[in-house]
Design a protein around this ligand. Structure first.
Ligand code: AMP
Ligand code: MG
Length: 324
């Protein structure tokens, strides 16, 4: 239950009331920026069809211009206004929307080039979060929304983190509590014969393979997803990965490192966060990285988990946070 009055001191953070959501919709229709919750992470939204509004997203985040944005739409019919549909894409939409699956298709000319990073394709998804869906319905527009963090930083999974990163660069932040999944959507390229996974996420390879042909792991061409070229998810101190039996990474003096992961580390951590399942690891990952960067240690040691499904998404984010 939200009490609007408790938000009085919180600047541009608002409870998701009917009034707030209609004000947020007006803000987007007028070319402003609204950060809002989704089931994956918080998004920084603008009217995807308004090039000037979309440029504000790139400015607020410090995002490279060649990193295209995801269009958040209300349903499959709306998606078909902005992209060339094909049967396997439509099948996947029917199965996984609303949900954490972003589908890249050839774009319609209506979508400005700045929104799609000058590509001939466009990325689309329907989020599974009632606040995000209310906002999309209330605007009647596709909302372009990358994660609501400064470019390169761990993604935000709550409203306060958005404010800490973006402050007054965003007109309104809608507080919908902690994101339920905690890592970003799976991004797939559906323009070819087989589906290519460009970024692992909440919808796993196994789930996709039940429905369509998917390119084998490692065969996908990452140049097709510009976002994977840039530094991302990095906290302000270095990250080292604990994988297999490389115990030597714990050899630095006690107190100089902190830890997150599913295994028990050796003695000597300045702070540690232990997760009991992959789901919990995904849910807490970005928040934990932001917490540990302030623990006074010089380095974060992260346990690289095994396992399929969401484990693949966690490994992907950790490897990139470590700059490998
Ligand atoms: P973000 O919303 O910041 O988590 O990033 C969106 C991700 O979707 C990035 O990795 C982009 O590279 C990817 N993406 C968005 N549009 C396209 C597109 N048209 N083609 C390929 N990848 C895309
Ligand atoms: Mg991002």
């Amino acid at each position: 239950m939200y009490l609007s009055s408790s938000y009085g001191e919180m600047g541009n953070i608002f409870a998701p009331t009917r009034d707030t959501l209609s004000k947020a919709a007006e803000t987007i229709k007028n070319g402003g920026l609204v950060a809002f919750p989704t089931e994956t992470v918080y998004g920084l939204g603008a009217n995807a069809l308004d090039a000037a509004a979309v440029r504000k997203i790139f400015d607020a985040k410090g995002r490279p211009q060649d990193n295209p944005l995801i269009l958040h739409v209300a349903n499959i019919r709306e998606a078909s206004l902005y992209a060339d549909m094909n049967p396997s894409a439509e099948l996947l939409m029917q199965h996984f929307w609303p949900g954490p699956l972003t589908i890249v298709l050839y774009s319609s000319d209506i979508v400005p080039l700045v929104t799609r990073g000058n590509l001939e394709t466009v990325a689309l998804r329907v989020p599974m979060n009632y606040i995000a869906l209310e906002l999309i319905h209330a605007t009647g527009l596709p909302i372009a929304a990358p994660s609501a963090n400064r470019s390169g930083r761990p993604s935000p999974t709550n409203a306060e983190t958005v404010r800490n990163d973006l402050g007054s660069a965003v007109d309104m932040i809608i507080d919908g509590g902690a994101s339920s999944i905690g890592v970003e959507s799976t991004v797939i390229d559906a323009t070819g014969k087989k589906i290519a996974i460009l970024r692992p996420g909440g919808v796993t390879r196994e789930m996709l393979e039940h429905i369509v042909d998917v390119e084998a792991e490692g065969s996908s061409n990452h140049a097709r997803s510009p976002g994977t070229r840039h530094k991302h998810y990095a906290p302000s101190i270095g990250v080292s990965l604990w994988q297999n039996d490389n115990f030597e990474i714990f050899s630095e003096p006690a107190g100089s490192w902190c830890y997150l992961g599913m295994r028990q580390p050796p003695e000597g951590s300045a702070a540690q966060i232990i997760f009991h399942s992959l789901g919990e690891y995904a849910h807490e990952l970005f928040h934990a990285l932001r917490k540990l960067e302030r623990c006074g240690a010089k380095r974060i040691i992260a346990d690289l988990p095994e396992g399929d499904g969401i484990g693949e998404a966690i490994r992907n984010r950790l490897i990139r946070a470590a700059g490998c």
